[in-house]
Design a protein. Sequence first.
Length: 144
Amino acid sequence: MTQEDKKLLLTDLCARLPYGVKIHIETLEYGELIGTLDAVYPTEERVIVDELDKAIAPINVRCGGFKIEENKVKSYLRPMSSMTKEEKNEFCKIEGRLNFPCKYIKLTFSVDELDWLNAHHFDYRGLIEKGLAFEAPKEMYNKY
């Protein structure tokens, strides 16, 4: 992973921290793990992931810290193309429009629009295409 990709990934993870984004970690020690992002330490290039799908210690520990460089860390995001009609209309209301079509594919977003996209786990930075995130299975974020 290039330094630029690492910075992009850490920036994105920091923005998604309040929204319960799911994380996939591929480790040498524990194999593949899936959990919920709990903390990001950008200067250490490290994340804390909670609610892991399997224990990583004999006493059933399901939370751990993972260095980005030593482990393959990727979030599960939804492509912009997976936005439902209802979500498009909800998003357009942030822009002050009553219904779709609005300019939901654009280069800049307002703070409120970014918060909404993060809360709904949309990949507006193109991380899936860059191999820095996985496309989230439909059932992963059940409320959408």
